[in-house]
Write a protein that binds this ligand. Structure first.
Ligand SMILES: [Cu+2]
Length: 201
């Protein structure tokens, strides 16, 4: 059977497109490191978020390992606690797990310029873990429409040199600075590091 040359070209082109599309979808699903908010953070009572074991008094806590910190954030109309009235401060060269929930309506919690971006759903705790290698400042924004002052809902995350880190704050303030401090790795790393500048709005 004779297939005309142009016919064959179209055939090859169309098949290549299909392969390309399947490839990009597969890459987006498994290769790019994105994940859905799942139920691992647990549930809370939105009217009393700290009553449950899954959420603590908002603030920064030392985590299970050295250089690991847990940050509990309440996103509410129209501020992040902590984050808006006082910045979230964490030391550089650390791994941080954010636990985010909302006592009122659905909000967003995005650390601008990184891939840290989750919904804050009333009754649910979203957890996101990221590494911060170098001192920097990031904006926080809410990107789920949450009411009349949604556009003004923003905050700040400060990654400070370990020597300047003045301890964890929150329910139980312990002094968190790690003794060994200045072995900062340079530059880009795996999970969520920071490329863009952190400007808000
Ligand atoms: Cu909002």
């Amino acid at each position: 059977m004779h297939v005309h040359r142009f016919e064959r070209l179209w055939l090859v082109g169309a098949l290549s497109l299909i392969v390309l599309f399947i490839g990009t979808v597969t890459y987006g699903a498994v290769g790019a490191g994105y994940g859905m908010v799942d139920a691992t953070g647990g549930e809370v009572d939105p009217a009393n978020t700290t009553a449950s074991e899954n959420f603590r008094e908002p603030g920064v806590y030392e985590g299970s390992d050295p250089n690991h910190y847990d940050v509990y954030v309440e996103a509410q109309q129209f501020l992040f606690v902590p984050g808006t009235n006082e910045p979230i401060r964490i030391p550089a060269n650390s791994t941080v797990t954010f636990h985010v929930t909302s006592p009122d309506v659905i909000h967003g919690f995005e650390v601008v310029g990184t891939n840290i971006n989750t919904m804050a759903v009333p009754g649910q705790v979203a957890t996101v873990t990221a590494e911060f290698d170098e001192p920097d400042e990031y904006g926080l924004v809410c990107n789920e429409y949450c009411g009349s002052a949604h556009h003004s809902m923003e905050g700040q995350l400060q990654v400070v040199p370990p020597a300047e880190f003045d301890g964890t704050g929150g329910g139980n303030a312990t002094s968190g600075a790690n003794a060994t401090s200045d072995n900062m790795t340079g530059g880009g790393n795996t999970t969520s590091t920071p490329t863009a500048t952190s400007e808000v709005n």
